[in-house]
Write a protein that binds this ligand. Structure first.
Ligand SMILES: N[C@@H](CCC(=O)N[C@@H](CS)C(=O)NCC(=O)O)C(=O)O
Length: 263
């Protein structure tokens, strides 16, 4: 069985989960805890980021490399069109989505979390004790702004990221007005990458993820709740309804993640 070392709320992990579901491949999720869990990821893959896919003795890190591996190894429901122009557009869009939506959504989310204590606490894992939730909720926004500035998530960087995301969402919405998918008449890697990577912009409403109910449908103010981008989010909802497997649908795929154990 395929094993996915992942983080439930990671947008790059979601891109891979959507690809696995689209291809109809069963997999077991292994939730990686920041810090200790990353040691295990390093041991098997030589780097500390998720997602990492394990297929027997083969271990692949990086969502794009995983997508390419899956398409080569499990060619049914191909991810990349063969027609040259569509192929070019698909590859360009996938690469752009990784660099734009994937990275900027993290910054924009940090901005939203630092401004809103209840949104912040709803991002904590379900099993977090109330005391810890209260502490996290009580951190002053000024302190979070200061911490963010030190790691490239300052006020200006957050605004820049949010403005760029608005431009991205406008462009994507326009592309999707009269088209079922971003490139051709069937989903391709670009669609699955864009949809999966937009996880943090607005959490899907369906039962796809092991998250607090409060979070479903919530997202970055000004993006998630802006009717200007409705075409995009409606398209994503349709894609999820058609291809993303709900939790516990077949016992393994999409079930609640297992945490990794360190011996
Ligand atoms: N280019 C990588 C990016 C993966 C990535 O940034 N993963 C984040 C989680 S969304 C991570 O593992 N961060 C932990 C770290 O940087 O140590 C991919 O496409 O998989």
């Amino acid at each position: 069985m395929l094993e996915l070392y992942q983080v439930e709320l990671s947008q790059y992990s979601e891109k891979v989960r959507l690809i696995l579901d689209y291809k109809g491949l069963d997999y077991r999720k292994i939730e990686v805890k920041p810090g200790v869990g990353q040691l295990e990821v390093f041991k098997i893959s030589g780097q500390t980021k998720v997602p990492v896919l394990k297929d027997g003795d083969t271990v692949i890190g990086d969502s794009t490399a995983i997508a390419m591996y899956l398409d080569k190894t499990y060619p049914e429901k191909p991810l990349i069109p063969t027609e040259p122009k569509q192929r070019a557009l698909c590859l360009l869009m996938e690469e752009w989505a990784d660099e734009s939506i994937g990275i900027k959504s993290r910054k924009a989310l940090y901005g939203a979390l630092s401004q809103n204590p209840s949104f912040r606490t709803s991002f904590l894992p379900n099993q977090t004790p109330d005391l810890l939730k209260n502490i996290v909720g009580a951190v002053p926004p000024e302190l979070l702004e200061l911490v963010g500035t030190g790691v490239g998530f300052g006020k200006d960087e957050i605004k820049e990221a949010k403005d760029a995301l608005k431009q991205d969402l406008e462009a994507l919405s326009l592309l999707l007005v009269d088209n079922p998918y971003l490139v051709g008449d069937t989903p391709c890697l670009a669609d699955l990458a864009v949809a999966g990577l937009s996880l943090l912009l607005k959490i899907p409403t369906g039962s796809y993820l092991d998250l607090s109910e409060e979070l479903k449908g919530k997202g970055i103010p000004g993006l998630a709740d802006n009717s200007f981008y409705e075409t995009f989010f409606e398209w994503r909802d349709r894609l999820y309804a058609d291809y993303r497997k709900p939790l516990d649908s077949n016992g393994t795929t999409g079930s609640s993640p297992q945490s990794i154990q360190i011996d």
